[in-house]
Design a protein around this ligand. Structure first.
Ligand code: ADE
Length: 256
């Protein structure tokens, strides 16, 4: 259990996980696989959807960002992600947060549609530029992912650098960044959630399923829309394995 005052989070056992998703299409296949039950909203001002359930020794809360009430589309990007992470930590007090979702991949690094990555190293922002001394690190993010090599192995995923920005497509400057940092998965939430987790002392892992290839001639939005359902189904398959692995017995964060 995570109390917020644990001296060493690596020694925390994972008995309660919060799974954070941006899109309903990404999350609902897992909700159905696990038979999670919808709960009242975590906060009445916010459109997040909240589901919960239990697998073995593991209590599960799953949050979906919910819809923008003005246009009815799912809320994506770092502001919704930051808020969801903070609300999950404050109101649900999980031992571990997993941000699961889709991402753009890179053929140059062996990426393919439906490939699943687990975050390694630091999560970065790829679209923040503040060229003033002292601000570069804030712009870069560089918030840590909790190492999870055993979880990664259990679900048959690959290790990958995950970076975050607030656009689906990207600029030439961002493409150069992806090459320089050897990015495997580009999303719109993970680094923001990692930032909140690091500041609150909650371990964090991202699991990303590739819907589109950033370094392919096809427009990412076309591939994303075509592959979203398939990549989300594959993500749910692996996330069910992850949850059952975590629920087989309480594991220390250091054993992930
Ligand atoms: N999610 C799925 N594909 C993406 C992309 N190309 N960029 C950011 N987030 C994504």
């Amino acid at each position: 259990m995570h109390t917020g005052t644990d001296p060493d989070p690596a020694e925390t056992t994972v008995e309660h996980v919060a799974l954070l998703y941006a899109l309903e299409a990404e999350a609902m296949p897992l909700v159905e696989r696990l038979g999670l039950v919808e709960q009242p909203a975590v906060d009445p001002c916010m459109p997040q959807r909240h589901f919960s359930g239990r697998v073995g020794t593991l209590a599960i809360d799953l949050l979906i960002n919910g819809r923008d009430p003005r246009c009815g589309t799912d809320r994506v990007g770092t502001d919704a992600a930051t808020l969801a992470a903070f609300m999950a930590i404050r109101k649900l007090a999980p031992d571990l947060i997993i941000n699961a979702g889709t991402a753009g991949g890179f053929e140059a690094r062996g990426g393919s549609i439906g490939a699943i990555y687990v975050s390694v190293g630091n999560l970065l922002y790829h679209d923040r530029h503040i060229p003033i001394p002292g601000f570069e690190l804030q712009a870069r993010g560089a918030w840590p992912a909790t190492p999870a090599p055993h979880l990664m192995h259990a679900i048959g995923a690959k290790p990958g650098i995950v970076t975050t920005g607030n656009s689906l497509n990207c600029t030439a400057e961002e493409r150069a960044f992806f090459e320089h940092e050897r990015v495997a998965a580009k999303d719109m939430e993970a680094c923001a959630i990692a930032q909140v987790c690091a500041q609150c002392g909650v371990p964090f892992v991202a699991v990303k399923s590739i819907t589109d290839l950033v370094d392919h001639p096809e427009a990412v939005q076309d591939a994303f829309l075509r592959n979203l359902r398939m990549a989300s189904a594959l993500l749910a398959e692996r996330m069910e394995v992850a949850v059952r692995w975590l629920g087989a017995h309480p594991r220390r964060i250091a054993e992930l």
